[in-house]
Design a protein. Structure first.
Length: 222
């Protein structure tokens, strides 16, 4: 019955199917695979782990691995270190990544080896009230990620992260002075003020002259 529908109707139906279901539907027939694999169906993804609280890497790969070049925006819930590392290192055209909810994240999720240039414009780590949302990322690792993402305009760490201000700003200054360039960051939000002074903010503005918003929150957002 489904295969008897006109192609334009079938394409329209497929456009409303979740990526998890698309990964199953594409296995039914060659015609459905053609419809499901259209790049427009994989440009923006909303990924929830389903019945388990956190994604397993093998499950995620089974869904998105054939479509990595087409992915530009991802909204994902319930991640681990290896999930974020996989998305950043393998989705070469990824521009927007929003992460909602995790238990513990470490430096390993952002420390890409070998170093590579990313197309990330927006990176958001937003906590979930259902999970602990602890993140252990140091200033050096965060600074390197920002340097590897020259097109980044929006960075949000909406969970408490102890980022040492002097280390972060110094790493950014060193990198941009070597390349004689300026960053494109326009909005910066960090849920920690423990080491941030006025001089750090002024130096950050010099690195990113187009920056419009700097939010230093005293605690993680609920």
């Amino acid at each position: 019955m489904l295969m008897e529908l006109p192609s334009e109707i079938l394409l329209n139906i497929v456009s409303f199917v979740s990526c998890r279901d698309l990964a199953v539907l594409r296995l039914v027939s060659k015609n459905l695979r053609t419809c499901c694999d259209l790049p427009r169906n994989w440009t923006t993804l909303h990924l929830e782990p389903g019945s388990i609280p956190l994604w397993q890497l093998a499950d995620l790969k089974s869904i998105i691995s054939p479509h990595l070049p087409h992915i530009q925006s991802i909204y994902i819930w319930g991640v681990r270190d290896n999930i974020i590392y996989y998305l950043l290192s393998r989705c070469k055209n990824l521009q927007h990544l929003t992460i909602c909810g995790w238990t513990t994240l470490s430096d390993h999720c952002l420390r890409l080896k070998p170093a590579q240039s990313l197309k990330i414009k927006t990176l958001e780590l937003i906590g979930s009230p259902q999970q602990t949302n602890f993140i252990s990322v140091d200033a050096y690792t965060l600074g390197n990620l920002m340097i590897q993402s020259p097109e980044m305009t929006n960075l949000v760490l909406g969970c408490e992260a102890h980022i040492h201000a002097e280390t972060l700003v110094a790493e950014l200054e060193k990198a941009y002075s070597i390349h004689a360039s300026e960053g494109q960051l326009q909005s910066f939000q960090l849920a920690s003020r423990r080491t941030w002074l006025k001089e750090h903010i002024l130096r950050l503005i010099r690195i990113y002259p187009d920056i419009q918003k700097i939010y230093l929150l005293p605690a993680a957002a609920a």
